[in-house]
Write a protein of this length. Structure first.
Length: 64
């Protein structure tokens, strides 16, 4: 699943995100969702989330 729909992402889900600094390279960071930051129901570049370690980025992949 891609991370474009807010309803697909739950707090505690394991996801891969792209950090702002990694947008050019496309490097993904894996982590667990602590907080959903995007309020709209969908976003073409991925829903913005905060991981439990405090990193913020847009969800590219939902692992479970």
């Amino acid at each position: 699943m891609n991370g474009q729909n807010r309803s697909d992402i739950k707090i505690g889900s394991k996801v891969k995100i792209v950090l702002k600094a990694d947008q050019r390279t496309g490097k993904l960071t894996e982590g667990v969702v602590k907080k959903l930051l995007t309020n709209s129901s969908s976003h073409p570049h991925g829903i913005k989330v905060m991981l439990e370690d405090g990193q913020v980025g847009r969800v590219q992949e939902i692992l479970g």
